[in-house]
Write a protein that binds this ligand. Sequence first.
Ligand SMILES: Nc1ncnc2c1ncn2[C@@H]1O[C@H](COP(=O)(O)OP(=O)(O)OP(=O)(O)O)[C@@H](O)[C@H]1O
Length: 265
Amino acid sequence: MSGLRIHIREKRFDGAPVLGECTIDAAPGEFIALVGPSGSGKSTLLSLVAGLDADYDGDITWNGAPLSAVGESPAHMGMMFQEPRLMPWLNALDNVRLAEAERVAREPGYQSNAPRLLEEVGLGEAQHVWPNHLSGGMQRRVALARAFVVEPQLLLMDEPFVSLDMPTGNRLRRSLLRLCERQRPLVLFVTHDLREALALADRVLFFGDTPARVLLDHPVEGARGKDLESAEVASAQQVLLARYPQLLSGILDPSQVQTYDEDTA
Ligand SMILES: Nc1ncnc2c1ncn2[C@@H]1O[C@H](COP(=O)(O)OP(=O)(O)OP(=O)(O)O)[C@@H](O)[C@H]1O
């Protein structure tokens, strides 16, 4: 199949199973949010996909070929984490350019996308500013530009907008969706905030149980692209939690899932 296939049979840490049987198929261009209680293995799953941890039982493929390790990956991969992880000795432009280094080496005559990406995230005027002179929100913008500068086919994001105030977070989410619209990467986005998942994703995967697995694969309708405090997001959240009251605690009654599918069929 084309796109990403994740099939985890088991992932253990120190002998204890953390992830159980889990199959996720995702098509190019899809935006998938991963939501679940703390410790349910969301970040672990991202690190397996990123190739940062190869110690698991399962297969992760991209267009049918193993997605085994960063650097050998058949998909251009971008990543963004909770911390912007900027190099303090490089200005905003050079931080973004750093991600292009491999491409510059590989493609003679390659024209840097970094200035355009910084324009797109609203930092056209701040290209030569050092990270310690940028606000937290601006630093995340640089990290967002850096994630997209490689034109990733697969973008892994682990709570990239956590602990930002609402307007700053909303602006960053709008920038992210604009960039996704243009480049169409497949995104796996970990968040604790159900509203953020509903405002960004095409599908939300809910994790839970021990060892963790996907409890529910929920298609999002109506809330995508809206601000977190919008009526559309509030309503999507209310409908979901009315039907599955303990979902965010990682508990789901399987009989409810059938009812939901029948309702939406
Ligand atoms: N390097 C590690 N060594 C041992 N145990 C680990 C390691 N990394 C994660 N774990 C354990 O694996 C489980 C899943 O952790 P993980 O960070 O993937 O969960 P999470 O759903 O992302 O949590 P959170 O939402 O709090 O970030 C937890 O019990 C955690 O303590």
